[in-house]
Design a binder for this molecule. Sequence first.
Ligand code: GLN
Length: 231
Amino acid sequence: KEGGSTAKVLKVGTDAGFAPFEFQDEKSKEYVGFDMDLIKALGKQMGYEVQIQNMNFDGLIPGLEANNIDAIASGMTITEARKQKVNFTKPYYQAGLTIVVKSENNSIKNFKDLEGKKIAVQIGTTGAAEAKKIKDAQVREFNNAPEAFMELKAGGVDAVVNDKPVNEYYIAQSGSKDAKAVGEPLQAEEYGIAVAKKNTELAGKLDKALDELKKNGEYEKIYVKWFGKKP
Ligand code: GLN
């Protein structure tokens, strides 16, 4: 870099098909979204230059374990199973799972109604894990959330089980004509940034930087930018 920047590089993996948390801007081709702004602000606070790598969601933790990336910022829910493999920062966003159905569907109103139904999910997600617990449901797994939504639109499935904020954003984008979200959030989920199990130092630095961004108003600014309301 010109000017001899000494910033250390933080390689961050994301699955950029999860608006409004991470997606590719059509014009600039840049990866944008709440997570992208947050991780860049965290990097800046810590003196790192953030480099984003787009990959499939189910490749993120293996990528971390193989040292190909330093951190995951990808709307990743903090779960006990994942904690066996990675270190999470403190939670930075509260989410949960809801159901998306076609607008004209009036028979599916909650998770119980999904019994025996065809459900599209994103592979490796909490939505996939929960859908598989539903009695007699046929669960079809897709590489990313947009593909699962496309399958619903095409009529291949009855419903999509996915993160509430992403479902709401999808519905708002599609003009709420084709699809609607139903059901109370199945369970509270919290997103965290993941780092390698051995990298406790980086997790600590990220936590400290997150606290600082919460104190100085930067976190709130980014939140309002993407969600139109205060956290
Ligand atoms: N929050 C969900 C999970 O962690 C989905 C994340 C995603 O698809 N990016 O499994």
